[in-house]
Design a protein around this ligand. Structure first.
Ligand code: ADP
Ligand code: MG
Length: 233
């Protein structure tokens, strides 16, 4: 589903991504793990065709992200790190607004089933202003599902949530992966997220991959702290 080769990104001479290579298979819940400043958001912005890389190749579902960004955008969507919500809208209005914006006319029933899928059914008439952070994240995921993406990017979706809110997001993502077969690219610095959700992970630090592989329960914490020690590769 995703192949990344020698990806390099510099900001004013600072090398944020220093030659990333990895791949994601269809059906994966792929954990992109790293401490703050590692380069997670930068990578997601490049993979979702929001910013350009300095060099390297990214192919998503057979399309070159730099040459065919529109073909890629059709089959992906993302929950960004800091998502803006129109607090004065209700959840239903918000989803109607974005479905029109995306040119995806959704019936009332389709919006209902989307609300149901993210666990906001019964709350759709409340103003977003009154939502908890966890509910807002779930609404953000609902928005990202409007175009029925094959591949969903989530940038630290559980950040700032309490344990119950985190668990709700975990359950929602597992459901999505199982029932719709959605491939999930999840960036996080929380070990609990990858232990519960991910079948494969990459750990990055200072823009470089320090570990890659399958997830074995109970081993992530050691691997993470060992591999993100200053200077260690
Ligand atoms: N727009 C930008 N301009 C300059 N430096 C940036 C910009 N965005 C990110 N960086 C820097 O690039 C590095 C990686 O950032 P980021 O991709 O946001 O990491 P993460 O999401 O893993 O916390 C950090 O050192 C950050 O300060
Ligand atoms: Mg980030």
């Amino acid at each position: 589903m995703i192949t990344v080769e020698n990806l390099v990104k510099r900001y004013d001479g600072y090398t944020a991504l220093d030659g990333l290579n990895f791949s994601v298979e269809e059906g994966d819940i792929f954990g992109f793990l790293g401490p703050n400043g590692a380069g997670k958001t930068t990578t997601i912005r490049i993979l979702t065709a929001i910013i350009k890389a300095d060099s390297g190749n990214v192919v998503i579902n057979g399309h070159d992200v730099f040459k065919e960004p529109m073909a890629v955008k059709e089959i992906i969507n993302a929950l960004p790190e800091s998502n803006g919500y129109y607090e004065w809208m209700t959840a239903r209005e918000y989803l109607e607004f974005f479905s029109n914006l995306y040119g995806e006319e959704m019936s009332r029933q389709e919006i209902d089933s989307l609300l149901e899928a993210v666990g906001l059914h019964g709350k759709e008439g409340h103003l977003i202003r009154s939502y908890s952070r966890g509910m807002k994240q779930r609404l953000g995921i609902a928005r990202a599902l409007i175009n029925k993406p094959k591949l969903l990017f989530l940038d630290e979706p559980t950040n700032g949530l309490d344990p119950k809110g985190r668990r709700d997001i975990h359950d929602l993502l597992m459901d999505l992966n199982r029932k719709q077969g959605t491939t999930i690219f999840l960036s996080t610095h929380l070990l609990d997220d990858v232990e519960r959700l991910c079948n494969r992970i990459v750990i990055i630090n200072y823009g470089k991959i320090v570990r890659a592989g399958e997830v074995k329960k109970g081993t992530i914490e050691d691997i993470f702290f060992l591999s993100t020690k200053e200077g260690m590769l």
